[in-house]
Design a protein around this ligand. Sequence first.
Ligand SMILES: *Cc1c(COP(=O)(O)O)cnc(C)c1O
Length: 394
Amino acid sequence: MQIKELDQTYVASTYARFPLTIVKGKGSVAVDENGEEYIDMGSGIAVNLFGYSDDTWLKAVTEQLGTVQHTSNLYYTGPCAKLAEQLCMKTGMKKVFYSNSGAEANECAIKAARKYAAETKGSDYYTIITLKNSFHGRTLTTLSATGQEHFHELFQPLTPGFVHADADDCEGLEKLVKENKTAGIMIECVQGEGGVRALSQEFVSCISRLQKEYDLVVIDDEVQAGNGRTGKLYAYMNYDLIPDVVTTAKGIGGGLPIGVTMLGEKVKDIFHPGDNGSTFGGNPAVCAGALSNIGRLDDELMSEVVKKSNYLFDKLESAENVKQVSGMGLMIGIEPVKGKAADIVKKCLENHVMVLSAGGNKVRLLPALNIPMELLEKAAEVIADAFRQIGEES
Ligand SMILES: *Cc1c(COP(=O)(O)O)cnc(C)c1O
């Protein structure tokens, strides 16, 4: 059987895959089984931070694979300790817990918030307020945290203790804090899946005020927006906010699975041996790759990200059939005036540019941070054309 048939026969049908089989890639170019090339503007959903098979990342990972590929968390290893040090030095967070995915990183953050609230206010203070249109993962608890009803319907009963506030409504948020026995607030500074929307400065300042007034644990989910994507190392650095917990995954691993939960001053000592764990968490090869990735997110690269972002915003805001361009850095949502985002995504793929969609009928772009300007310009041309064509057909 061909790969597509095999997959459709034997892999659970949880994904609506596009008719494209990727056999190899280099940088921002993917190659299919016929040798056709595609510009990847999604980078595996913000995972391939420096594109496919990036040389520097590959060297860091393979060197580590050749020495110690894994050991249990009963022993110390270098890459995991050094990565934690770098993350804490660069963010001001104090401790790191490792897992294997964004959902798990968020699970750990929720555990930290609940344990802190239980110890300081009482075990009935377990409610965590999240935002409507948020996305926090697919495990039952992170689904419960996710503020999109359509994800909840089939999987009742969900984990109790989550309520959802409107983004950018400070009064509504404070009302929920008062009405519930609240442990914390969980946000994405730039919502990804839910529609590529950056929270307003005022709203984030409001969260910062509530954090202090009510001693709340503020969890910032940077699984998608983190690791240089917004033009800062972490997205909260664009705002007046110091989160108590920062979670990340996707891009930090550059293509290998990792979840990171960074614990700030308030909750740095919340966990004791036995409170959490993960067999693969802190895997030395994954951490060696991540350590190399984090080291490259310097000021020079960040100004490149901002430059490329400005180019895309300018180019796409002035394109035909574009209603609005949203997001931050190289995390961009484009809403058409007419037509479906899904049709624009399909049209782009036909023209060998891979893009994603997001909630609110948006086309979503998450290119590798080091995508060459020349490829970015080519892709932007194809995307603008697709918006125009689908507009005319609608
Ligand atoms: C992708 C994503 C998650 C879930 O990450 P997984 O690695 O798929 O578990 C959580 N939060 C946000 C903001 C994400 O974009």
